[in-house]
Design a protein around this ligand. Structure first.
Ligand SMILES: [Zn+2]
Length: 287
């Protein structure tokens, strides 16, 4: 059996894709950023163009796609950060290119890919970006039989805390997403700077930016401790744009987890680039 597997990561602001062979090596990839004013029609067109670029004229044996919300039968049911894509039937769309199609929540895809590559059986994947998502692997199986499982971003870490985009208060997401970083930026630098900028400043020794990431590590460590207490994973893999600043918040995150957990804390690592697209392709391979 020859042929490649294509995997796509549909995010709130971009779509990226990879093509891998059966040995999990990447053969090609691509990415398209959506325009600032996103509309469903133009976004779907951008996605189609990238799928064509990677799949047309290739021996494709399956296509996988990760989308930013819970999925049932290939339809994204809900997305608090990408409302414009809700109720889209991504499976139907991909069938134009191939009959072997799998669509799942983006973080489930990432968790599946990391499990496949790291050869572990119990793993938690958490993405840190515009929103915060979770993917759970227990005994070598992705926990996706119920569409809303793994929505770790909406676990509350403060019942009287800030209001989340979902309407509830104190959600983990509001503290460790891009919005959470900006709140810390306001506290320490009196201006709302983006995570990338704060990462750069902290790496150059800016004390205020370093404090942002220390506070961030404590908040992240608190939420990850709750999850570790429930799931006891062998490894926690972090993805999403903010995970790029991993070395800036790693120390405080680990310290907090050590303080809060009565068992040896799980290893927390940064995931691979293109983890969602890679995992989506792995899912198509196993389908
Ligand atoms: Zn929430």
């Amino acid at each position: 059996m020859t042929g490649f597997y294509a995997g796509f990561d549909v995010g709130g602001t971009h779509v990226s894709g990879v093509c891998i062979d059966r040995k999990l090596s990447m053969v090609k990839g691509g990415r398209t950023d959506f325009p600032d004013k996103r509309k469903k029609g133009s976004v779907m067109k951008d996605i189609s163009v990238l799928v064509s670029e990677l799949c047309d004229g290739e021996k494709i044996s399956g296509i996988g796609m990760g989308v930013p919300g819970p999925v049932r039968d290939g339809v994204m049911l809900w997305s608090c950060n990408s409302r414009f894509m809700e109720k889209t039937d991504f499976k139907k769309m991909l069938r134009k290119w191939n009959s072997n199609v799998s669509v799942d929540n983006d973080v489930n895809c990432m968790a599946f890919g990391e499990m496949t590559e790291r050869k572990v059986k119990n793993l938690l994947a958490v993405t840190l970006g515009t929103g915060v998502g979770g993917g759970i692997v227990i005994d070598g199986r992705i926990h996706n039989t119920r569409p809303y499982a793994g929505e770790v971003g909406h676990m509350s870490i403060d019942p009287h805390g800030v209001k989340c985009t979902c309407g509830a208060r104190g959600c983990f997401q509001e503290y460790v997403s891009t919005r959470g970083v900006m709140v810390l930026s306001m506290k320490h630098l009196s201006e709302k700077l983006a995570p990338d900028r704060l990462h750069y400043m902290a790496s150059r020794g800016d004390r205020a930016a370093i404090h942002v990431w220390e506070d961030y590590g404590k908040l992240l460590g608190t939420g990850l401790s709750n999850l570790a207490n429930i799931l006891d994973p062998e490894v926690i893999v972090l993805g999403g744009g903010i995970s790029g600043a991993f070395e800036m918040f790693e120390k405080e995150m680990n310290k907090t987890m050590k303080k809060r957990l009565h068992m040896k804390p799980p290893e927390v690592v940064k995931g691979k680039d293109d983890a969602v697209a890679f995992g989506a392709a792995c899912m198509a391979m196993k389908a």
